[in-house]
Ligand binder design. Structure first.
Ligand code: FAD
Ligand code: S2G
Ligand code: ZN
Length: 475
């Protein structure tokens, strides 16, 4: 297990767990209090296996009332806590840094209601995204987000990280799809911002504060989400092109010709395709190419959509904008093409240690970062790959080495963050800041903004027990 470089960090002035505490928790969530170290291991380590905490206690509440009782007790005792959903977060935000109590939403997985006419879903925070998508799919609806972790991530974690994913291009950010949130504040008070109204302009929109709060303001216990119509006709094309400018030209042409049926526009470079072939044995269905573009359409009329998409592809081929390509309308072939893109994160882990960057950049500078990083890391990395949601201006740049190397890390950081800041980009487009990136927040946020964030944090969590050492900078 590679242990991430820990900046010299002091454990905060929090209480240490006692047997009496465990007994008290047993009274609140009897039978769902885990102290066995071997059982805690998976909850103490993140999905990337790069950060590890030393929590002695995992609690698995089922209801808002139980979460409220737990937090009220922790608040009185001064015990620090870390909320955990599916533990698929990629910035070290979902695991303890020291011995914080882990509060898991795994058992808070009731679907409360679904209004088929308005498309409004009300559910508990611990519902797994894929389970929700299957559920709403039965009524011809879809969840307004989709990401590679859908099989494990919880909707509460999605809201807490303001997750983006491969459908943001079509359905927008969660800030626009969430109608209501119920959360338990660090004091144990229940904040009821649950609404199923699309429009409600009565006072500050407090639910928005919890979207992207990464567990630092309270525990989201339930939400109401607006679910759009599920496209009845889906097609996916994978194209090869010679330059990144070619990717951008295809993007422009695709938007122009597909318009409202475009549901995803992703890219990956040749190093990404080599990675997925070498580490997961997934085969590239078209000829080798410097860049690959994945285009997905979702509409209500298969013939109409296919005509538009094949018209686009023919045009791109004729103009020499795409070198090669394939079109899939049948589910297994569609999934095979999506796996090439969605399983890159998994493929990277097979190289050993992964230095993961998720940045927003102006499209004019977008791929230059990969070129510069590749040059800078010559001989210091197994590989440098670039892929991502180019439709959102969001690049995923990943570097790998057999195990963690301080020399490699020092070549990457802070260089990469300075590079992004110079382009006025964001050092974290969708994964959040968590533990790993919090001290680079000033690369993307003004001092006035961070000052107000700290004031809000102090107002809502004066004892600082909610997910300490995360999101806000240590200094
Ligand atoms: P966790 O990892 O358990 O927690 C994440 C953060 O939210 C932590 O800070 C935690 O404390 C907090 N939290 C969790 N639940 C709650 C709650 N109920 N209340 C308050 N705080 C809470 N992310 C993207 O944005 N786009 C992608 O395309 C994407 N693809 C991914 C692909 C793979 C293969 C993997 C492994 C991850 C990917 N991610 C992506 C990252 C991750 O899946 C998302 O951040 C996801 O939203 C995390 O959900 P989770 O339930 O696993 O949360
Ligand atoms: C994605 C998550 C995985 C990664 O695949 O879109 O958000 O490797 C990412 O960064
Ligand atoms: Zn992503």
């Amino acid at each position: 297990l590679t242990s991430e470089r820990y900046p010299k960090l002091q454990r905060g002035p929090f209480a240490t767990l006692t047997d009496a505490d465990v007994t008290s928790f047993e009274r609140i969530v009897s039978g769902r209090v885990i102290t066995e170290p071997s059982e805690l291991d998976g909850y103490n380590t993140d999905w990337l296996r790069t950060v590890r905490g030393s929590s002695k206690l995992l609690l698995r509440p089922k209801t808002t009332e139980e979460v409220a009782a737990i937090l009220s007790y922790c608040h009185d005792r001064g015990l620090a806590v870390v909320p955990q959903g599916g533990n698929t977060g990629l910035v070290g935000g979902s695991v303890p840094v020291f011995d914080e109590v882990i509060i898991s939403t795994h058992l808070m997985n009731n679907i409360i209601s679904l209004d088929e006419v308005s498309g409004t879903l009300v559910c508990q925070a611990g519902c797994v995204l894929a389970t929700l998508d299957d559920h709403v799919g039965q009524c011809g609806l879809t969840m307004p987000l989709d990401l590679g972790a859908k099989g494990s991530c919880h909707i509460g974690g999605n809201l807490a990280t303001n997750a983006g994913g491969v459908r943001l291009l079509r359905y927008g950010s969660l800030h626009g799809s969430v109608l209501g949130i119920e959360a338990v504040l660090p004091s144990g008070e229940v904040l009821d911002c649950m609404s199923t109204l699309r429009k409600d302009n009565t006072g500050y929109d407090l639910k928005q504060m919890f979207i992207g709060s990464e567990g630092t303001l309270g525990i989201i216990t339930a939400a109401s989400i607006l679910c759009p119509q599920r496209p009845s006709a889906v097609s996916v094309a994978l194209l090869g092109c010679k330059t990144f400018q070619g990717v951008l030209d295809i993007f422009k042409q695709t938007k122009r010709q597909l318009g409202e049926i475009l549901t995803a526009f992703e890219f990956m470079d040749t190093a990404s395709m080599e990675l997925i072939g070498e580490n997961l044995r997934l085969s590239n269905p078209i000829g080798a190419s410097p860049f690959y573009v994945l285009i997905e359409t979702g509409g209500s009329n298969q013939a109409h959509d296919e005509e538009k998409l094949s018209g686009l592809l023919e045009g791109l081929m004729e103009k020499g904008m795409a070198a090669d390509g394939t079109l899939a309308t049948e589910m297994t072939k569609i999934q095979a093409i999506w796996s090439l893109r969605e399983r890159l994160a998994e493929a990277l882990l097979h190289d050993g240690y992964c230095y993961k960057y998720d940045v927003s950049l102006p499209l004019s500078a977008f791929y230059q970062l990969v070129i510069d990083m590749r040059q800078r890391l010559e001989g210091a990395a197994t590989r440098v790959v670039g892929y991502g949601h180019v439709g959102d201006g969001n690049l995923h740049l990943n570097v790998t080495s057999p195990e963690y190397s301080q020399r490699t890390m020092d070549l990457i950081e802070p260089f990469i963050y300075d590079w992004v800041a110079k382009q006025k980009g964001s050092i974290s487009a969708e994964h959040g800041l968590g533990f790993k990136k919090r001290d680079f927040i000033y690369h993307s946020k003004s001092t006035s903004a961070v000052t107000l964030m700290k004031q809000i944090k102090n107002l809502v969590d004066p004892k600082g027990i909610m997910n300490p050492y995360k999101l806000l900078p240590s200094k």
